[in-house]
Design a protein around this ligand. Sequence first.
Ligand code: FAD
Ligand code: MLT
Ligand code: ZN
Length: 479
Amino acid sequence: MTTTELLDQLRANLGDDGVLTEPGDVAPYVADWTGALVGATTAVVRPANTDGVAAAVRLCGEAGVAVVPQGGNTGLVGGAVPDASGTQVVLSLGRMRRIRYVDPVADTITVEAGAVLHAVQAAATAAGRLFPLSLGSEGSCTIGGNISTNAGGTAVLRYGMMRDLVLGLEVVLPDGQVWEGLRPLRKDNTGYDLKQLFIGAEGTLGVVTAAVLRLLPATPRRATALVALPSVDSAVRLLPVLRERAGGRLTAWELLNRQTLELVVAHVPGARDPFRTPHNWYGLVELAGSADDELDTLLESALGAAVAADLVLEAVVASGPTQRRSLWALREGISEVQKVEGASIKHDVTLPIAALPKFVAQMAPRLDSVLPGLRLVTYGHVGDGNLHYNLSAPVSDDAALHAAAPELTRSVYDAVTGAGGSISAEHGIGVLKRDAAAALKSEVENELMRAVKRALDPRGLMNPGKVVPPDSASLLVTD
Ligand code: FAD
Ligand code: MLT
Ligand code: ZN
């Protein structure tokens, strides 16, 4: 089938507005959120339903054309954008946004893959329930993308990752067949748990078209505080104190360094440092509970104990929803401000939580000796052992960061793996971390991944070049 024939067939199945080819129309789909990766595409297809997805995948297969699934395109590892060849088709789930069904008895919500996370949270709230996944990108990222990246975010400490919130999936397989796994069952031991294969597969094994998700009890009450910390060690030691005092109500325990706070205060309109004097580290803690939970009292008494134990220097407890939002804006504005501050490298790493203080202490001088003036924008989900150990270029010197990037990243990855950690906590592998991840895994593990890929996608047409270790790689850590 020629490209023209393929486009004709796609239009016949999806309608003219389901197939975009004009450069201005496809531009937003071929560049990633950071703007650093820009590919090219034959067409962007936008099916309106599962049959349309199946038809598009089948037709691309007949033409031998690769398919790149895309949700909100907020991914941070280049998984959702096509390569530069111009031969791949982007399959956007953007028109499949329906919330199909809320089941108050089974406590589930069934949604199409293109539903935006914030809309799913809102639908759960409207039904008096909670869908707890919470990310800075929740106004644009989609459930299909959250499933495909096994997204994390700020409430993992309490509710787990996306994997823990999925009960059933509907998936279009690489040959165009539909796997109807849209089951709401909490218990189902009938063989391999197939849905788990697609969760975190970043679109390399099929296209997720719908999902059944778990709902949880609503948490209308919140108590939130920003605390000044003497060290990362105090952040780690505070976790069991908070857990002991607040139990299951502890929902978020986030960390940021002074450099990060300064960037946010400099660039986010209205943001300000709530403390009179600067501190090296800050923690953002949130408890959430039901209407009759006395969360402020609980939080204040936990923080009092922490101050007495010298784990906290000072604290600001939000006096209401407005102040709560302004404290969260200090945390949620970070990704955007790093973009405007020039070039940066993202390291989304996870370590055994007790290893974080040593990691942070040893990295700072090591990296500064590679690139003096480098800015360490360190923050993240400390309660999960997950740091966004991001590096921003020295002021007005992006070129220096680009030149030093391989050595900086190698240094970070060596320390992470040496401490028994992982180089991708929650963002995934995509194209940016594929070779680095493969180099750090055993050949047994790499070959298992290739075997799964071959079994489901023998022609290698589903999001090629992403995630799966290449067959004969010279696997060097280079990104
Ligand atoms: P996309 O970017 O469109 O795609 C991501 C991957 O999934 C790609 O490989 C794509 O091919 C595949 N894919 C998408 N939809 C489908 C589908 N229906 N079927 C099969 N494959 C599919 N991530 C976190 O985990 N935690 C955070 O705290 C967090 N914060 C963020 C904050 C900001 C400001 C930004 C920009 C990003 C953040 N992210 C975070 C990263 C990103 O938002 C998540 O990875 C999110 O889950 C991606 O969803 P998406 O719909 O944008 O997916
Ligand atoms: C976050 O938690 O804010 C994002 O996952 C981190 C990032 O943008 O690097
Ligand atoms: Zn994060």
